[in-house]
Design a protein around this ligand. Structure first.
Ligand code: FE
Length: 203
């Protein structure tokens, strides 16, 4: 039986908070925060079951941590088979690390009045991290690489991302205002100790 280690998330949150205390330099945050996230997603034994549950109709975004000062948030993205986001932006820095399965990411950039796909589709495997921001490229579409299994990635943003006013883009590249919110966390299954710990229900 695998042993859950929920402390990995609290260690990550503490290290990220220290980093944000030290610097506001986005390049440093993306580099050092990216290394912290790579470490977090290199081991898949800490995410509570309740925040890893897919929904048959659309991908889920479960809030794992929100910085009290609103400087950052940590979210688990749970992809059902074949699920994908629309093309969207973030308006703040973000880091994406794959924990389970694999994720496909296609970048877009503004060309005149429209959006164009740029570069190859990037496949992220477990333990791999990529960055987004208005500085390094902020518009992408992300999808589960699998059409027959769940994938999960951990996303970290430089704001309380569920409340940020941003945009999705249609096929013609027209922006549509968008606020993602967060998915409601389902009640934990009784046998899942990591979820029970997260809810304060176990010793
Ligand atoms: Fe995104």
């Amino acid at each position: 039986m695998s042993q859950h280690r929920p402390h990995r998330l609290s260690d990550f949150v503490a290290d990220l908070s220290d980093l944000l205390d030290q610097t506001g330099d986005e390049a440093v945050i993306l580099r050092e925060g990216g290394a912290l996230l790579a470490q977090l997603v290199s081991v898949d034994d800490w995410l509570p079951e309740a925040q890893s549950r897919p929904d048959p109709t659309r991908y889920q975004q479960y809030l794992l941590h929100r910085d009290p000062a609103g400087r950052s948030s940590v979210v688990s993205f749970v992809w059902g088979p074949g699920q994908a986001t629309p093309v969207h932006d973030h308006t703040v820095w973000g880091l994406v690390g794959v924990l389970r399965g694999a994720e496909l990411s296609q970048r877009y950039e503004q060309r005149g009045d429209t959006l164009a796909a740029t570069g190859e589709v990037h496949r992220l495997e477990p333990g791999e991290v990529e960055a987004v921001s208005p500085t390094v490229g902020d518009i992408h579409r992300v999808a589960n690489a699998f059409d027959d299994r769940v994938s999960i990635s951990i996303h970290v943003y430089g704001a309380d991302i569920g409340t940020v006013r941003r945009a999705t883009y249609d096929a013609e590249g027209r922006p549509k205002p968008f606020v993602s919110g967060y998915a409601a966390v389902p009640p934990p299954l009784l046998f899942d100790r990591a979820s029970a710990l997260a809810y304060g229900a176990a010793e």
